[in-house]
Design a protein around this ligand. Sequence first.
Ligand code: SF4
Length: 349
Amino acid sequence: MPTLFLLLGLIMKNIHGSGHALSDIANDPFDFTFNEIAGAAGEHEAKSLYSLLYKSGALKKAHTIWIKETMGDADAKKYIFELYDDKCIETVCIKRKTGTTACVSSQAGCPVRCVFCESGRNGLARNLTASEMVQQIVFLKEPINRIVFMGMGEPLYNYDAVIKALRILRDRNGLDFPTDGVTISTVGPIRFLKKLREEHMKIQLVLSLHATDQKTRDRLMPGTSGYAINETIEAALSYSKRHNRKLTIAYLVSPGINDRHIDIKQLIKWFKHEHVMINLLEYNQTSRRIFKKAGGKDIERFKDSLESCGLEVNIRARRADKFKRTAVAQVVCFPGNSPAPFHTPLASR
Ligand code: SF4
């Protein structure tokens, strides 16, 4: 079986003198698109390398992330990956009727610092590379048919690496992952939403909204304070119209904070005539009790009010809870984190 070094030896002989340094490709082959490798070494060699990386699995030793721990059960499994600099990230696999969804991280930590999320508590440690995102998929111990960028981090704040990872994952010489099986969940930085709108990828979009007025949203999600809420919604709707996709709005319900009559009125005003589905989420209580937990009846009441005015609304069951019951379920990226580090609670996928 050819090893990475043998293959790269072959590549060296065929160097065309352009593109990326072959030593960089040898050090971290998962970080390169097919075209980048073809540019450096030729199309035939790129095909061989992609096949070894993504089809036969013969080059799995070329990894730069390691599974440190797994927890959960057959329905929902959490993988904790350790990175080269000792930071840790998570990937969660959720079984659905029609396959398995992998929820991947795009950053170590998160700069948005939502008050209801443990991932953002200590801010951003660093962006992940495209390779580190690709490897989260390659090294799972189960087949998946959906990818959601909804783990640790805000994917659009690591825009170039996320798009590059998608190009690698969907390349037909490798995993050939369909982009309509990909979802990006974002707090909606406007300039990146506009950029994403112009990409030729049919990605499903989830906008984490969680409030209907600027002041409340800025308080709940401090890292969004530079973005006007109306413009954020406009940009997200514009994306979904351009790509002919239903926009999902993630909305974590907190009694008295964002489920008031005025919130209902505003959601109806924004979305009544749009191709939108609102996902209502329940707060996954952590050690910091800064967000009042909504009871089942609170959420049902809120849902009924929105539905009676013609909106499509869904309540997502939480599945992250099972990790709380696991003794080892501590997120090790930052000391003291408790196990609920999901972009929006796991429920929204
Ligand atoms: S909910 Fe998402 S955007 Fe907010 S802090 Fe957590 S990971 Fe970041």
